[in-house]
Design a protein around this ligand. Structure first.
Ligand code: ATP
Ligand code: MG
Length: 192
């Protein structure tokens, strides 16, 4: 099997994430793509209030519940502590010894990968797919990677950061994220 590993904070999950996952899965000929929800994204730690990991995970799980080949993964939550992609890839390497792994990142994340814990060693564990994201160039070089697949996806200038601001300001969320997630955010007063 070809297995994609698409990590994120998903606070909250939105259409940009889902379109990225769908297109990475298609272009990478992936049999499965796992949306791996960060427990404590160390780069965002202390920077702002984070929705509890289990809540972020529940929304991701619901978002892909009817999509075959899409898996919500709480492996980083179960591991606890700070979440490092290297540890997650090592875990998948162990769980799926005979399969091919593909780390999936957006262009903004690709530009940051050299700062990640053991970022220069990730290529020992998997291949790489970089999807386009408005406002960010696909890097010309990525530390530790000789090659990767770039996937052009529909430009959706949607970010969780903007969605959180929209909730605060009372601006509309419709069509930027799944309807059930909008309901959940409103009912539980997230991001207020
Ligand atoms: P935040 O604003 O809180 O950082 P985000 O929208 O960037 O949230 P993340 O959870 O940080 O979402 O991103 C997870 C992964 O999804 C990253 O690899 C990121 O590049 C990718 N991604 C997020 N939004 C988009 C988008 N609109 N188009 C393409 N890729 C995206
Ligand atoms: Mg981000």
């Amino acid at each position: 099997m070809n297995i994609g590993i698409f990590g994120g904070t998903f606070d909250p999950i939105h259409i940009g994430h889902l379109v990225a996952a769908v297109n990475a899965k298609f272009s990478g000929a992936l049999d499965e793509i796992h949306l791996v929800v960060a427990n404590v994204p160390w780069q965002k730690e202390n920077a702002r209030y984070l929705t509890p990991a289990q809540t972020r995970f529940d929304l991701v799980r619901q978002a892909v519940s009817n999509m075959e080949g899409y898996v919500a993964s709480d492996v980083e939550i179960r591991r606890g502590g700070r979440s490092y992609t290297y540890d997650t890839l090592a875990h998948y390497r162990e769980m799926y010894p005979g399969d091919d792994l593909f780390l999936v990142v957006g262009a903004d994340a690709a530009l940051e990968m050299h700062t990640w814990e053991r970022g220069d060693e990730l290529s020992k564990l998997s291949s790489l797919i970089v999807v386009t994201r408005p406002g960010f160039e696909i890097p010309k070089s990525i530390l530790g990677w000789d090659t990767w697949q770039s996937v052009e996806i529909p430009s959706l200038d949607i970010s969780s950061t903007d969605l959180r601001l929209r909730v605060k300001d009372g601006r509309p969320l419709s069509f930027l994220l799944p309807e059930f997630a909008i309901k959940f955010i409103e009912e539980h007063g997230l991001f207020m």
